[in-house]
Design a protein around this ligand. Structure first.
Ligand SMILES: NC(=O)c1ccc[n+]([C@@H]2O[C@H](COP(=O)([O-])OP(=O)(O)OC[C@H]3O[C@@H](n4cnc5c(N)ncnc54)[C@H](OP(=O)(O)O)[C@@H]3O)[C@@H](O)[C@H]2O)c1
Length: 246
């Protein structure tokens, strides 16, 4: 975070990865309305600019930072831009569903690079600074695929389970110094990146009988980012309409 981006340092800074679309964008809107200066991350300049404009039109403050999370140098630059962020939301993720035999090695590696390694790099860069200041909240977006077996989702589900495993270890490492670390595990969510037909079908298998709207996931992430969740760390919170409860 440069002086130019946050001149008076009055606002706490929150970085949301993948904030140009879907759950990430809804989370960025919510955190901006909760008073954070938003670092809106994504790859697409036009969607980034549009997201910043919408936050500003609502009275919030935001900057767009472009980085491809599968590229470790880009992630290092993103972490430098995030500087003294008080909140990190590891939301960006790519998914791949299909027959296991059809997943090529380079796509498998990209899934793990973008979904797992990038989050690890960001936490490694930002969490020690949060710990030194004695305050911070890190939320990573898991998925119901991290705990239930969905046909065709072995690699994607493994990336999500890895995020929750890392988050429990990060809670053990950083929470004694005041940094809370949690994951949110959505069920099917109607987002720009998800096929509506697939979300309809998966939604019908939940106890509530429907898929979620992005705001229903953002609400829980924003709660975990806030002092209202001051005694929650090391937790994985399903937001899945009861899909994994029974
Ligand atoms: N939708 C669901 O049903 C569902 C369910 C459970 C969990 N989740 C998880 O929730 C998170 C958000 O999902 P969503 O459906 O809201 O996603 P989405 O609408 O497809 O948006 C994905 C976001 O991540 C960014 N992104 C993807 N790959 C990236 C990469 N390699 N480098 C940089 N940015 C990248 C995109 O940036 P650009 O558009 O700028 O490229 C975009 O902002 C993901 O982690 C997903 O696994 C989703």
């Amino acid at each position: 975070m440069t002086e130019r981006m946050n001149p008076d340092r009055k606002r706490p800074v929150a970085l949301v990865t993948g904030a140009t679309s879907g759950i990430g964008r809804a989370t960025a809107f919510k955190l901006a309305s909760d008073g954070f200066l938003m670092l809106v991350h994504g790859r697409d300049d036009a969607r980034g600019a549009e997201t910043v404009k919408l936050i500003e039109a609502d009275g919030g403050f935001a900057h767009f930072v472009r980085a491809d999370l599968t590229n470790p140098e880009d992630v290092t630059r993103l972490a430098e831009q995030a500087g003294d962020a008080e909140v990190l939301v590891n939301n960006a993720g790519m998914s791949w569903f299909g027959p296991t035999a059809d997943l090529d090695v380079s796509t498998f590696d990209r899934l793990f690079a973008g979904n797992v390694r990038a989050s690890y790099q960001l936490v490694a860069a930002l969490a020690p600074k949060m710990a030194a200041r004695g305050i911070g909240s890190i939320i990573s977006v898991d998925s119901m695929s991290g705990t239930v077996g969905l046909a065709g989702g072995a690699a994607y589900g493994a990336t999500k389970a890895a995020l929750s495993a890392m988050s429990r270890a990060w809670a053990a490492e950083f929470s004694p110094a005041g940094v809370r670390v949690n994951t949110v595990a959505p069920g099917p969510v109607f987002s720009e990146g998800a096929s509506p037909a697939r979300i309809e079908v998966l939604g019908s298998t939940t106890l509530l009988g429907r898929g979620a709207q992005v705001e229903e996931i953002a609400e829980v992430i924003a709660f975990l980012a806030s002092p209202r969740a001051s005694y929650i760390t090391g937790a994985r919170i399903p937001v899945d309409g009861g899909r994994t409860a029974v």
